[in-house]
Design a protein around this ligand. Structure first.
Ligand code: SF4
Ligand code: SF4
Length: 122
C-alpha cells in the first residue's frame, strides 16, 4: 500500500490512535515501514526524540485509528493488515484517544509549569 488514500481532514476522532514508542523505533528514514502502511497523508512524520535521534511519530489529529501501521500479532490493532512495524521492533501500539489527549495535555502542562532557570548572579 504505497499510495496515500486520504488527504482530507477526518470527520471525528477515532476511538484509538497509534502511538510510537521512540525508544523502540528503529529510526525514521532507515525504516519508515509505518509511513508506507499508513493510508493518511502526512500522518506519520519524522521527528527527533529526546536524544536527537530521528524516529517516526504519529500526528494524533490526523490518525484515523485504522491500525495498519501496527506489527502483525500486536493485539492492540483493530483488524487484519498485510504488514506493519517489523516484529523485531513492535514500536507502535493503539491507545485510547482520550488517554493520549490527556497524556499530551499533562506533558504540556508540566513543561509550562517547570521553573525557569535562575538568572546567573553577577
Ligand atoms: S493507525 Fe492508521 S491512520 Fe493511524 S498512524 Fe497507523 S496507519 Fe496511520
Ligand atoms: S515501522 Fe516501526 S521501527 Fe520502522 S520507522 Fe515505523 S515505528 Fe519505527
Amino acid at each position: 500500500m504505497w499510495t496515500k488514500l486520504q488527504n482530507t481532514a477526518r470527520k471525528k476522532p477515532p476511538r484509538q490512535v497509534a502511538v510510537i514508542d521512540p525508544e523502540a523505533c528503529f529510526g525514521a528514514y532507515a525504516c519508515s515501514i509505518c509511513q508506507a502502511a499508513c493510508p493518511v497523508e502526512n500522518c506519520i512524520v519524522e521527528a527527533k526524540d529526546a536524544n536527537g535521534r530521528w524516529v517516526c511519530a504519529v500526528l494524533i489529529d490526523k490518525c484515523i485509528g485504522c491500525g495498519l501501521c501496527v506489527t502483525i500479532g500486536n493485539p492492540t490493532a483493530p483488524g487484519k493488515r498485510d504488514f506493519g512495524c517489523p516484529a523485531d521492533y513492535d514500536a507502535i501500539d493503539m491507545v485510547t484517544y482520550t488517554d493520549v489527549v490527556d497524556a499530551v495535555a499533562a506533558d504540556l502542562g508540566s513543561e509550562a509549569s517547570e521553573p525557569e532557570a535562575e538568572p546567573a548572579s553577577a
